[in-house]
Design a protein around this ligand. Structure first.
Ligand code: IDP
Ligand code: MG
Length: 169
């Protein structure tokens, strides 16, 4: 895996294909943790081939919740969302992979679990938009912002899974 091209050194050409190694932020919300779904949900990303580079179980405080959901401030569900995300432990996860942001959002499914497609996490495990199990950043820019809220640079683990040789052409 050679020829780093971008400032983040995550993109490279392999056999003339541009592999866009994006970083993505995933958060298993308090309902997922309380319902004992951590292993089940992580395994979906692990099996897909996303490279895990950071993970921690934390209790989000009000200040962090406000920063995380800043774009939703003023919306009718904002206060309840902050209350929910701070109501119990969450699992913060950082992954890397080719097109990790869109791949992750596809695995997560639509915002409302009642309508999310079967096979997605929200489609398979939820019923209510206010208890939709998981958060994932919706763009590369937001992933960088949200990862910055939850992880220090020195908390990422730099490693090369042997599986990647078989995941990428
Ligand atoms: P997303 O999590 O699929 O990206 P967003 O629109 O970014 O969805 O909303 C952030 C979170 O706010 C959702 O995951 C959900 O927990 C909550 N939320 C969004 N819309 C509603 C709503 O209409 N009622 C209650 N909660 C909502
Ligand atoms: Mg969102």
């Amino acid at each position: 895996m050679t020829y780093a091209t971008k400032e983040n050194n995550l993109n490279y050409f392999e056999n003339n294909n541009l592999i866009i190694m994006e970083k993505e932020f995933i958060l298993l919300k308090p309902d997922a943790v309380q319902r004992g779904l951590i292993g089940e949900l992580i395994s979906r990303f692990e099996k897909k081939g996303l490279r895990l580079i950071g993970m921690k179980l934390i209790h989000v405080d009000n200040e962090l919740a406000q920063k995380h959901y800043l774009v939703h401030k003023g919306k009718p569900f904002f206060d309840k969302l902050v209350e929910f995300i701070t109501s119990g432990p969450v699992l913060a996860i950082a992954v890397v992979g080719n097109n990790a942001v869109s791949v992750t959002r596809t695995i997560v499914g639509g915002t409302n679990p009642a309508e999310a497609a079967p096979g997605t996490i929200r489609g398979d495990f939820g019923l209510d938009i206010g208890r939709n199990l998981i958060h994932a950043s919706d763009s590369v820019e937001n992933a960088i912002y949200e990862l910055g809220l939850y992880f220090n640079e020195n908390e990422y683990v730099n490693w090369s899974p042997i599986s990647e040789e078989w995941l990428y052409e």
